[in-house]
Ligand binder design. Structure first.
Ligand code: ZN
Length: 169
């Protein structure tokens, strides 16, 4: 099954309700919505704070981009934050046996910032991305090819920007 939120292949999918829509998502994404029983699943897990609405909206937008038509007319490559940056940062920090506050002081941030990055509730700034990449020797960005479909079909050109079709390694 493919997670309808992040698009990853996942053995186990859960049905959640988000903004009134029913979605089948992977375990990781299930914390963004309400379970069918009506209980919020965001309390489970690592005990971090729930992602903000902005994060959720962003993920939905990413999903929408992936599901949009694939009429290819124009491509544009941009550098974007990797979707699993939270895990990448956490894994790299653990691999170096650093505590959150130790990493925080190395990149001149509060440990709460590191905690928020690692539970996905905050995106790092460009500057912080560079510092973390250097400090942990990781890659937090990826090249993403955006496709602009033919724009003559409608007036909503702004919203048709960025149909995401493939990633380059
Ligand atoms: Zn997912």
């Amino acid at each position: 099954m493919i997670c309808e939120m992040c698009g990853k292949e996942s053995d186990i999918v859960r049905t959640i309700f988000l903004e009134g829509a029913q979605l089948k998502v992977c375990k990781e994404c299930s914390r963004f919505g309400e379970s069918p029983e009506g209980k919020s699943s965001s309390k489970k897990g690592r005990g971090g704070t729930a992602p903000t609405r902005a994060v959720v909206a962003e993920r939905l937008q990413a999903r929408e981009r992936r599901m949009r038509s694939r009429d290819v007319f124009q491509e544009e490559t941009v550098i974007d934050l990797v979707p699993d940056y939270d895990k990448v940062i956490r894994d790299a920090r653990m691999a170096r046996d650093l505590k959150q506050d130790e990493l925080a002081s190395r990149v001149n941030e509060k440990s709460s910032v590191i905690a928020q990055l690692e539970n996905g509730s905050m995106r790092p700034s460009d500057q912080l991305i560079k510092k973390l990449e250097r400090e942990l020797n990781i890659k937090l960005t990826e090249r993403v090819t955006l496709v602009k479909p033919e724009s003559s079909k409608g007036s909503r050109n702004v919203l048709t920007l960025g149909d995401l079709i493939k990633k380059e390694k």
